[in-house]
Design a protein around this ligand. Structure first.
Ligand SMILES: NC(=O)C1=CN([C@@H]2O[C@H](COP(=O)(O)OP(=O)(O)OC[C@H]3O[C@@H](n4cnc5c(N)ncnc54)[C@H](OP(=O)(O)O)[C@@H]3O)[C@@H](O)[C@H]2O)[C@@H](O)CC1
Ligand SMILES: Nc1ncnc2c1ncn2[C@@H]1O[C@H](COP(=O)(O)OP(=O)(O)O)[C@@H](O)[C@H]1O
Ligand SMILES: [K+]
Length: 515
């Protein structure tokens, strides 16, 4: 699913209005009807008081139009206008007149107004600011936002939580509404997935307001949200007459004394995601544990007893995943440097391989083209330096990806894969996966996919998605706390089955619910 920026949404608006020969007011009416239907379907006329807080722009206009539909269907509403500017939008004014014509008189809230009384079981509709926010809200508006939160009532935000910018972070964490639910028009917004702003959105849904499909199709976006529909076409089916040689020979390179477990996890993950053959390259102390834990894998040992000091082997791996548990000893750094000189094809670089690159920046030029770097945020910061907000982080990551011709997988709750100027945001996985070794598993998965012939970008996207899906399936059986990295490996088979399962028909769904 594409994630449009504010400029693109405004452009889609104007294009749609022109092409469909409708007015902007009619588009607002569509938007507000979608909001109403969503709410009405869930509330079924329940006598809960709904407090609407509307700004003076089009987001406020949506709120006013929604208020009218709610009132027409007998809901108990109270309308507040957050009067932060005299520059009211024409469609806001039209909808204000329509309310007044129905004898609904909104409270006008200014800096000195008392905050209305709201019960904890009431519902708040937040239509104060939408995607048009371009400066921090005035202090009294911030106070109002805080008061909204303090009521404990359910907050439904229209389009976006008020106070969030679409292209930069906020100055102060209190400057935005914390929404229980956001109903976003046409497409989700980038801020829903960024660590700093995602906390303002507990849940979200998209409402189709009929923006021109051709325009949306043609408009290229920097960000895409990846779901099953986007990931499934990347799948490479196994052929009946294939043999293990068709699925490549992957090499997992890493480990140091006390960190052999990381290599075990990566190696098992690499096998279980479907690599034909897997060899682990480890210091000597890793031989026994690996042979015992992963009988299917082969093991090559370095001359170093406790850490890798000179990478030498006599095989041509189809994919390499390096860095897990590697350590950053001086000899290991030289060994990795020499290895990178010889390595020509795209590989996966994780953990200490990334730390070594950050500390020895000359090595960055040796990264083979198309390689996949899988940093968690701290490792990313070591690579890029600090950033002022998530937007700058993504911009710096894209630049790094272009300059070093590599793919960066920023791991997190919404793992984001940046390949040149494009970024792909993952939307599965769960907090149970915040556990030791789950990143090592991801490295194994991506390496195993590369070895099976997936292109680097496909391997990164497919691997991240499967990893999240396996984590979700594991969590349904084990809960979040008990989930370990090994459970993610154990559920990879079910993740494949789930990914490949054809969508259920309506009848099947009904049968399942009734059973
Ligand atoms: N295609 C779609 O998705 C559709 C979207 N629609 C809806 O339109 C919404 C966008 O509406 P919008 O452009 O009128 O902007 P909105 O967010 O209401 O802000 C209003 C104005 O406030 C101002 N302003 C900014 N910051 C400020 C501040 N800190 N303190 C004070 N003032 C500030 C700024 O004006 P300025 O003063 O800078 O000239 C701004 O223009 C969108 O989110 C969705 O709900 C639907 O109706 C139809 C289809
Ligand atoms: N809250 C979360 N929601 C979804 N996925 C998560 C969450 N926390 C961590 N993960 C995933 O778990 C993995 C953690 O990787 P990493 O920090 O490198 O762990 P380790 O170094 O222990 O292997 C990443 O793939 C990340 O996306
Ligand atoms: K809003």
């Amino acid at each position: 699913m594409k994630i449009f920026d504010a400029k693109q949404i405004y452009a889609a608006d104007s294009f749609t209005i022109q092409k469909q020969q409708i007015t902007s007011d009619e588009l607002m009416e569509r938007a507000s009807l979608q909001l109403f239907h969503w709410l009405h379907q869930r509330m079924q006329g329940a006598p809960v008081k709904i407090h609407l807080f509307c700004g003076i722009g089009n987001n406020g206009g949506d709120g006013l139009a929604l208020a009218r539909h709610l009132q027409e269907h007998g809901y108990h509403i109270e309308v507040n206008i957050v009067n932060y500017s005299e520059k009211r939008s024409p469609d806001f004014l039209t909808n204000l007149d329509r309310l007044k014509a129905r004898k609904i008189w909104p409270n006008i809230l200014n800096g000195d107004s008392a905050f209305p009384s709201i019960g904890v079981d009431d519902i708040i509709v937040d239509a104060i600011f939408g995607i048009g926010l371009n400066r921090s809200p005035a202090p009294w508006v911030v106070d109002l936002m805080k008061n909204l939160k303090a009521t404990g009532a359910f907050i439904l935000s229209v389009d976006v939580p008020s106070g969030l910018f679409m292209d930069r972070g906020i100055e102060d964490p209190e400057f935005a509404v914390e929404a229980d639910f956001v109903l976003s028009f046409q497409a989700p917004k980038l801020v829903f997935f960024l660590p700093e702003t995602a906390r303002y959105i507990k849940q979200w849904d998209v409402l189709d307001i009929g923006l021109d499909p051709e325009f949306l199709e043609k408009t290229e976006t920097t960000y895409k949200l990846m779901g099953k529909a986007e990931v499934l076409p990347l799948y490479r089916p196994r052929q009946k007459f294939s043999h293990k040689g068709h699925y490549g020979h992957a090499l997992i390179l890493g480990g140091s004394y006390g960190k052999i477990g990381a290599v075990i996890l990566s190696t098992s993950a690499c096998l279980r995601v479907g690599a034909g053959l897997v060899t682990a390259y480890v210091p000597q102390c890793g031989l026994l544990p690996l042979q015992i834990a992963c009988p299917e894998a082969m093991v090559l040992t370095d001359k170093g007893e406790k850490y890798i000091s000179q990478i030498e082997f006599d095989l041509e791996p189809s994919a390499v995943g390096a860095g897990i548990g590697l350590g950053t000893e001086k000899e290991t750094v030289s060994a990795l440097s020499a290895f990178l000189d010889a390595q020509k094809s795209a590989m996966v670089l994780d953990a200490d391989a990334l730390n070594i690159l950050s500390q020895n920046r000359k090595l960055l030029d040796k990264i083979p083209e198309g390689s996949i770097l899988t940093p968690h945020p701290k490792e990313l910061e070591r690579l890029l330096g600090s950033w002022k907000d998530d937007f700058e982080k993504l911009q710096k990551t894209r630049e790094f990806s272009v300059n070093h011709r590599c793919i960066i997988v920023i791991k997190g709750a919404h793992t984001t894969i940046c390949a040149g100027e494009k970024c792909y945001i993952n939307n599965n996985g769960n907090p149970g996966m915040a556990t030791a070794g789950s990143g090592d598993v991801l490295t194994g998965f991506i390496t195993g996919l590369l070895s099976q012939g997936y292109e680097p970008l496909a391997a990164a996207i497919f691997g991240v998605f499967l990893h999240g899906m396996a984590g979700d399936l594991a969590a349904t059986e084990q809960g979040f706390e008990a989930l370990t990295a090994n459970s993610i490996i154990d559920f990879i088979g079910k993740a494949y089955i789930e990914l490949l399962r054809p969508p259920q028909t309506q009848e099947q769904q009904t049968e399942e619910t009734e059973a």
